[in-house]
Design a protein around this ligand. Structure first.
Ligand SMILES: Nc1nc2c(ncn2[C@@H]2O[C@H](COP(=O)(O)OP(=O)(O)OP(=O)(O)O)[C@@H](O)[C@H]2O)c(=O)[nH]1
Ligand SMILES: [Mg+2]
Length: 282
């Protein structure tokens, strides 16, 4: 079609490159999930099926885009961190954002029956998305700390709120007013003294959210891992080029390293998580 008198309209399509050498963070969030969760009888405060479906979508995204090093999910949102040197789609903003969000959404719909079985989707869900660029590792770490702190605050509130309603017989209005102005310690006390619930005994998935990490593992490491969803191996690391003999010599010397996407529900605010994985921010 090139060369037609209509082709000039192409000049209205402007480039939208993302600044080089910065961390690309994509965050998506379920659109209208307050209603969707009610319409599909999500368990309150946390629906294991819904959270696992979110994790599945995020894993599909990470298996497709190998430059995503880390993802964090809670409730109806997921954040993805690309390595700062990524050249994906020449760092075109719209292309990266729309492809990530649409792949996640189609995975959510595609895999829905795997988690919700005979409970069918009543209408098509959608997710919004945004890209934020971060200049240094500090902002990236603080971003993930912010999201995990949010998970904690929301989950403590929701757990106490629904205990008051479901076990304490309060109306939702009463539960809201019971909790108004309370600090975290008071919510812990309500949970323990009224309902015998020790907040720290609640599943880590709910307290800490989901952390998907592209881990570098030796075969020995990998065999010791117990919590794992079905994964695809990334391309094994190792030098390309050189003769076959040189390559096989290398293989004999170095343990074979695989990058695999692992799911954790661990602390990512503390230094230890990042110290153990310096490559995430390199
Ligand atoms: N019962 C239940 N509800 C959930 C769960 N996860 C998410 N939700 C619902 O999803 C909402 C997500 O919050 P928001 O993203 O602020 O609300 P939203 O309705 O999606 O609004 P927009 O994102 O602005 O479109 C929560 O407020 C809950 O109502 C879950 O595991 N169980
Ligand atoms: Mg939402």
């Amino acid at each position: 079609m090139a060369g037609t008198k209509f082709a000039y309209v192409k000049i209205f399509e402007l480039p939208d490159p993302l600044l080089p050498g910065t961390y690309i963070l994509v965050r998506l969030d379920g659109h209208g999930f307050h209603r969707l969760s009610q319409d599909h009888d999500f368990v309150k405060p946390n629906d294991e099926r819904a959270l696992q479906l979110m994790d599945h979508g995020a894993r599909d995204v990470m298996n497709e885009f190998k430059d995503i090093m880390l993802a964090f999910g809670e409730s109806d949102e997921y954040s993805f961190l690309f390595r700062k040197s990524t050249a994906l789609y020449n760092r075109r903003q719209a292309k990266i954002l729309t492809t990530v969000v649409s792949l996640f959404t189609s995975s959510y719909v595609f895999n829905w029956p795997r988690y919700f079985h005979s409970l069918s989707l009543k209408y098509p869900p959608s997710f919004d998305g945004r890209i934020v660029l971060y200049p240094s590792a500090k902002e990236v770490r603080d971003y993930f700390a912010w999201r995990q702190a949010d998970t904690h605050i929301n989950n403590l509130y929701n757990t106490t709120f629904w205990a008051l309603v479901q076990q304490g017989g309060q109306t939702t209005t009463e539960a809201h007013s019971t909790l108004r102005g309370t600090v975290s310690k008071q919510k812990h006390e309500v949970l323990f003294s009224r309902f015998g619930i020790n907040y720290n005994d609640i599943a880590e998935r709910y307290r800490k959210g989901s952390v998907l990490v592209r881990e570098k593992l030796t075969a020995a490491d990998a065999s010791g891992i117990t919590e794992r969803m079905p994964v695809e191996d990334d391309d094994p690391e190792g030098g390309a080029g050189g003769t076959k003999e040189v390559q096989s010599e290398k293989k004999n010397k170095k343990p074979k390293i695989h990058a695999q996407v692992q799911l954790y529900h661990c602390d990512i605010i503390e230094q230890a998580f990042w110290d153990a994985r310096p490559y995430l921010l390199e």
